[in-house]
Design a protein around this ligand. Structure first.
Ligand code: 9D3
Length: 269
């Protein structure tokens, strides 16, 4: 898998290239990262990549031409090394606050592909004509404002690379993650490690029992009640997609009897 980043801040990508799980996978050759600076595709003495917006308004707009030349250079480079299967050119993806929100199922889909050309914007935006001509897909991280696309691109890369075969150890297995289909989209249960008693607080007895069936049941129950409390939308989704067993439903009913309505309504009055 290969990611080509078109960015005014290539140094930022050392974070995913050199550190942690993604850094180790990069070192092992499981994925590659190449950066391309639009400034290197300018032809004026000031290496201008932005200009004032037509129609007025605050801030500056990234010019189409340096970005277009960067995309063309990337396409040529990818072709030269056979990074993409024939007829399966990597998509040009713009990180953008008006894009589709990224999520785990999309990360899984990306993990089955050959990578992408990721365009990172800065300033107020990018000339729309570049987007219309070159961009296949716009991806957002969510409803908050970033200073540019670089952090978005790194989040996307991290979410995809950790799903590649051989990237995670067994111990780090993606199978256990929150949002993983194996957990049917529930949040993960709490974790504990040594010492058994820390600062006077004990570890839940079940986790020390060595009884794997009881431990699995405890974790499932914790996942269900945590998800019901924090993310009821994920409970609904699991229910709709057949991810909740009759036992799960019983656990949720018990939990709602313990926490629901009458006692709380009273204290709220
Ligand atoms: C006042 C209009 N702003 C839109 C909210 C302009 C603007 C803000 C921030 C234009 C670009 C940006 C830079 N943001 C990104 O490049 C970005 C982003 C984001 O801001 N939020 C969530 N996901 C992403 S992905 C890229």
């Amino acid at each position: 898998m290969r990611f080509d980043l078109i960015t005014l801040f290539p140094e930022m990508f050392a974070a995913v290239r050199d550190q942690g799980v993604c850094g180790r996978a990069h070192q092992r050759g499981l994925w590659a990262l190449h950066t391309w600076n639009p400034r290197d595709f300018t032809h004026d003495v000031h290496r201008t990549v932005d200009d004032r917006p037509f129609g007025g308004g605050p801030g500056m707009v990234m010019m189409a031409e340096p970005l277009a030349q960067a995309v063309q250079a990337v396409r040529a480079a990818r072709q030269q090394v056979g990074a993409d299967a024939v007829g399966q050119e990597a998509p040009v993806v713009l990180l953008s606050p008006v894009g589709q929100t990224h999520h785990q199922a999309l990360a899984s889909r990306w993990a089955g592909g050959a990578g992408a050309i990721l365009v990172c914007g800065r300033y107020e935006g990018i000339d729309q004509r570049f987007i219309d001509r070159y961009v296949d897909l716009e991806v957002s991280l969510g409803d908050f404002v970033l200073s540019g696309g670089e952090l978005g691109a790194m989040v996307l890369i991290d979410s995809v690379v950790r799903l590649l075969p051989g990237v995670l150890h067994d111990a780090e297995s993606a199978q256990q993650d929150s949002f993983n289909p194996a957990l049917t989209g529930l949040l993960d249960s709490p974790h504990y490690t040594r010492p058994e008693v820390w600062d006077g607080v004990t570890t839940p007895e079940t986790l020390l029992s060595g009884h794997h069936v009881r431990i699995a049941a405890w974790r499932r129950q914790q996942s269900l009640t945590l998800t019901a409390a924090r993310r009821p939308d994920l409970i609904e989704q699991a229910r709709r997609t057949g991810g909740l067993s009759p036992r799960d439903e019983a656990v949720l009913k018990d939990a709602s009897l313990l926490t629901d309505s009458s006692d709380r309504t009273e204290s709220a009055q």
